[in-house]
Design a protein around this ligand. Structure first.
Ligand code: DP6
Length: 326
């Protein structure tokens, strides 16, 4: 069999990965911790084909070229080298959520590609090896390999991968995502990471991460939403502070981004326990307990500038499925 299909969920980080210790290897400047999102999926089929002249990649039904294709080809080359395979591949990938809007599409994309391509090439990698492989394509993708809540520590190439800190069943947390833009972002996170050290605040944020990370880990263990949420908001704002003060500055927020953040904070004063975080985009992830998700959706849905509201609980790790996209 030289064909395989994998499904992955993107993840949302409570402690962010922003800045790299090694750009070529995607070694992070700081450890990060995230939750997979069951409600959003990427499905990817890879087939290595004898006689095919070059790799062909489709995303959501469109043949892709340029940088997006190159990133996939580079990853296929890694897998070919590991497996001793020469053949070029046909790759099809589908997302059920908008790509490039801070909903972390590269995390699920490269987790799914890593599993589908390695299986199609005849490799059976354990979770750590698969997570490490996914990391080489996109740092955050290594956290979509284990299920539930995942910690990605720094370290050297061989031991920088994500491990599960709690399974999805551990805590019925919900991410209510307020979509305020479906546009592809101007500066992607790859270019953004390189700017992090140009911010005066980068070193300060890195110094604060160990304590925030310890708080988030303990909060997950104790299912303590207030402790998790406070640390998550602080780190998201710190990361955006770094972004906004980089040279050149990155400003991902739209007016509606701020409207949602303010609504989460005022809701909290009114007794609705929810906390926000954002990735490298304008959409806002609002974290709450499952029983409060309905109320939070109602609150966010009618805010000016909110185009859509998506809801997700904790997701599983990347997995093989027995159907194919082609
Ligand atoms: C803001 O994983 O997309 O979402 O390793 O260059 O592919 P590359 O970057 P990427 O960075 C994600 C940044 C973030 C924060 C996070 O998910 O931790």
């Amino acid at each position: 069999m030289n064909k395989a299909t994998a499904v992955a969920n993107p993840n949302i980080a409570f402690i962010k990965y922003w800045g790299k210790a090694d750009e070529a290897l995607n070694l992070p400047a700081n450890p990060s911790l995230s939750m997979n999102l069951a409600g959003l999926t990427t499905v990817t089929t890879v087939e290595f084909r004898p006689g095919q002249p070059s790799d062909a990649v489709t995303i959501d039904g469109q043949l892709v070229a340029g940088e997006a294709r190159e990133r996939v080809v580079t990853h296929l080359d890694r897998v070919r080298e590991m497996a001793g395979v020469e053949q070029r591949a046909w790759v099809a990938s589908r997302n059920d959520f908008p790509a490039g809007t801070g909903l972390a599409s590269s995390s699920s994309a490269f987790a799914a590609l890593s599993l589908a391509a390695s299986r199609a090439a005849g490799l059976t990698l354990d979770e750590a090896a698969l997570s490490r492989l996914a990391r080489l394509a996109s740092g955050s993708a290594c956290r979509s390999v284990p299920g539930g809540f995942a910690l990605w520590e720094g370290g050297a190439d061989g031991d920088s991968y994500a491990r599960q800190v709690a399974p999805p069943s551990h805590w019925a947390l919900v991410d209510v995502m307020a979509v305020v833009s479906r546009e592809h972002k101007g500066v992607g996170s790859q270019a953004g990471h390189a700017l992090a050290p140009t911010s005066l605040f980068h070193a300060a944020r890195l110094a604060a991460v160990p304590e925030l990370l310890a708080t988030v880990r303990a909060a997950i263990g104790a299912r303590d939403l207030a402790a998790l949420g406070q640390a998550t908001e602080i780190d998201a704002l710190a990361m955006h502070g770094v972004m906004m003060t980089s040279r050149s500055p990155l400003l991902y927020w739209l007016p509606a981004t701020l409207v949602v953040m303010q609504a989460v904070r005022s809701g909290r004063q009114g007794g609705l326990a929810a906390y926000f975080t954002l990735d490298a985009g304008p959409n806002v992830h609002c974290i709450c307990a499952a029983e409060d998700a309905g109320r939070l959706v109602e609150r966010l849905r009618n805010l000016p500038g909110v185009l859509d509201v998506l809801v997700s609980g904790p997701g599983a790790g990347v997995r093989l499925v027995d159907y194919h996209l082609f």
